[in-house]
Design a protein around this ligand. Structure first.
Ligand code: COA
Length: 172
């Protein structure tokens, strides 16, 4: 596996250290803390639990295992929360801790989602993304998503500014 890049573009992080586990409600505190780092309108623990409790919902959590010898704790890196209905799935949210970005965590989460959806017979993944979210759009395009629509004024920024959403689709 090629070395992943750190935020400044240097090498120094081994992407094989990313461990993926099911995001259960037991991790709601961890997930809400990660969400708060990624979004202005962050979801609290209750919101995460409610979304995970919906039939057809599942999540995947990425973390870097700690090292007892070095007194280093497990480090949450990011998570994705999905909703499936019959043969379609929607990405409800995906977020990666700011200091873990551009290291392949987002890509690893999307790969794991695809594997799980394929096993469940899902053939189509949908999502909405703000038109000005260049990083997320780049991640999705790199992972085979294509634009199929646009929702006018879908998101409201804290300053009240409305931003369109792109609707992206990936057939798997
Ligand atoms: C979008 C987000 C999840 C990407 O996660 P990530 O772990 O940094 O993504 P990866 O490292 O797996 O990136 C894989 C590829 O996607 C593209 N990409 C990801 N972030 C990018 C950015 N900021 N700018 C340009 N390309 C980007 C690149 O092609 C990258 O490959 P490379 O690093 O080899 O060039 C992360 O930036 C994030 O959490 N943002 C805040 C929350 C958010 O906006 N979520 C999406 C809501 S729709």
């Amino acid at each position: 596996m090629s070395p992943a890049k750190s935020n400044d573009g240097s090498s120094g992080y081994d992407a094989s250290q990313i461990v993926l586990v099911p995001l259960t409600t037991a991790f709601a505190t961890v997930a809400s803390a990660l969400h708060a780092e990624g979004f202005d309108d962050a979801w609290d623990e209750d919101a995460i639990i409610r979304l995970l409790d919906v039939p057809g919902a599942f999540g995947i959590l990425a973390y870097r295992p700690g090292d007892q010898a070095k007194n280093a704790k497990d480090q949450p890196l990011g998570f994705v929360l999905m909703q499936t209905v019959l043969d379609e799935a929607e990405i409800n949210t995906i977020t990666v801790a700011p200091d873990a970005r551009r290291m392949g965590v987002g890509r690893a989460l999307l790969d794991a989602v695809k594997d799980r959806l394929l096993a469940a017979g899902v053939t189509r993944i949908l999502l909405e993304v703000a038109v000005d979210n260049d990083g997320a759009i780049a991640l999705y395009r790199q992972n085979g998503f294509a634009e199929i629509g646009r929702r006018k004024g879908y998101y409201a920024r804290p300053n009240g500014r409305k931003v369109d959403a792109l609707v992206l689709e990936r057939l798997i």
